[in-house]
Design a protein around this ligand. Structure first.
Ligand SMILES: NC(=O)c1ccc[n+]([C@@H]2O[C@H](COP(=O)([O-])OP(=O)(O)OC[C@H]3O[C@@H](n4cnc5c(N)ncnc54)[C@H](OP(=O)(O)O)[C@@H]3O)[C@@H](O)[C@H]2O)c1
Length: 361
């Protein structure tokens, strides 16, 4: 019998996942929120999706704006909205009984801790499996990862649930001990905000007419990223997690072997052709600062770690944009972790479990 999967979020990442799943024999229904129909309408008008690059496909895909249809179509729902859109779709999802459903947030950015949803279980990944952009003639997939990091919020899930998730994902899964390890493994928090901030003048004076990684990730930018990365790794250590460096995580996900960040920026095909955004109003800031860096910074504070490099980035971004990201982002209060003792935090999110790393797969 065909396995069906619902995908909530009809942007480049959602369409790439839909085309890939369909190619692997899955039935797919995409959801576009009624106020976010841009990409969905263009695909609907053309009648098909053409994907090229690291994923070659012609796909006819069904798109709905009716969450009831999404919930009925499959008991597995994959969210591919940016974390800034997760609360909008949560409001829609909360209208339905979901206690038999599996929700997988791709990427999660600790969606499961803000969800407050009566659902079977929630999994989160660190990254989207695809580096992709919607262009005039269709979807360009610059890179398809070999694996993504994943963990569920809940502990003690059955082997059948792990099998369902493994069967659905078109890439290999690296099981992490908890959703916090997954969030700390979203290396976009290391790459994006600093690359934007340290190239802000160039972005604004050229409307992004340069290659973000190849031209924008130079040695000094890399040095600043390494300072942020060291704090991220220390947070992991304090929780009993052995996190790899950002370049090693990227290497692992893409099956590459770059020696450092500048080498990756110059030579990695999914990265070195990416154009810079045309302005600072971009999710590299609006998603990755409030929903990754603020979360990392709040965890560091709780764990007694000096997180000056992360705070410096957040504060500079706040000064440049006028947003109060420390107050409104995914801080411990929003993640409902503020009243948890250190012991409870480490016990719940620290090393091992994820059901003894999915029973040693
Ligand atoms: N694309 C990539 O290469 C890539 C790589 C790594 C990670 N990711 C991550 O994967 C996720 C999805 O990426 P994407 O490129 O597909 O993102 P996207 O195009 O920015 O957003 C995906 C879809 O969600 C919709 N959306 C945005 N805000 C919403 C809201 N408040 N309520 C409901 N829907 C909303 C978008 O509509 P609009 O078009 O109207 O905004 C779009 O249809 C993001 O978290 C991104 O950081 C993407």
């Amino acid at each position: 019998m065909q396995t069906n999967v619902s995908i909530v979020g009809a942007g480049p990442a959602g369409f790439a996942l839909a085309a890939d799943l369909q190619r692997h024999g899955k039935g797919v229904l995409l959801y576009a929120h009624p106020t976010h129909l841009g990409h969905a309408n263009r695909v609907r008008d053309r009648g098909y999706l053409k994907a090229s690059g690291a994923l070659e496909a012609w796909a006819t895909l069904r798109v709905t704006s009716d969450m009831g249809e999404v919930v009925a179509f499959s008991e597995t729902i994959i969210l591919t909205v940016p974390s800034t859109g997760q609360e909008t779709v949560l409001r829609e999802l909360k209208r339905f009984a979901l206690h038999r459903h599996i929700i997988i947030a791709v990427p999660g950015n600790l969606f499961s801790l803000i969800a407050d949803l009566d659902v079977g279980c929630i999994f989160e990944t660190n990254l989207s499996p695809y580096s992709c952009r919607m262009e005039e003639d269709g979807l360009t997939v610059l890179g398809r990862k070999n694996l993504v990091f994943i963990a569920p919020l809940q502990r003690g899930l059955s082997a059948a649930i792990y099998d369902t998730v493994r069967d659905i994902f078109p890439v290999e899964l690296r099981w992490c001990s908890s959703v916090i390890e997954v969030c700390l493994s979203n290396v976009n928090g290391v790459f994006h905000p600093l690359m934007m901030l340290m190239n802000a003048g160039r972005i604004e004076s050229t409307a992004g007419d340069f290659l973000l990684y190849r031209d924008g990730l130079t040695r000094s930018v890399a040095n600043a990223m390494l300072a942020v990365d060291r704090v991220r790794i220390q947070i992991g250590q304090a929780l009993g997690l052995r996190l790899k460096s950002a370049v090693d995580i990227s290497n692992e996900c893409y099956g590459q072997s770059f020696t450092d960040l500048v080498d990756l920026a110059q030579n990695s095909p999914p990265h070195n052709r990416l154009k810079a955004p045309s302005s600072m109003s971009n999710r590299n800031i609006s998603e990755d600062v409030p929903d990754l860096l603020v979360c990392w910074y709040s965890l560091a504070e709780k764990l007694g770690i000096d997180a000056t490099p992360i705070k410096a980035v957040i504060v500079l971004v706040e000064m440049a944009t006028g947003n109060d990201y420390l107050g409104t982002g995914r801080n411990l209060r929003r993640l409902q972790l503020q009243d948890m003792s250190l012991g409870e935090l480490i016990g719940r999110f620290g090393g091992e479990p994820c059901d003894m790393i999915a029973s040693r797969l």
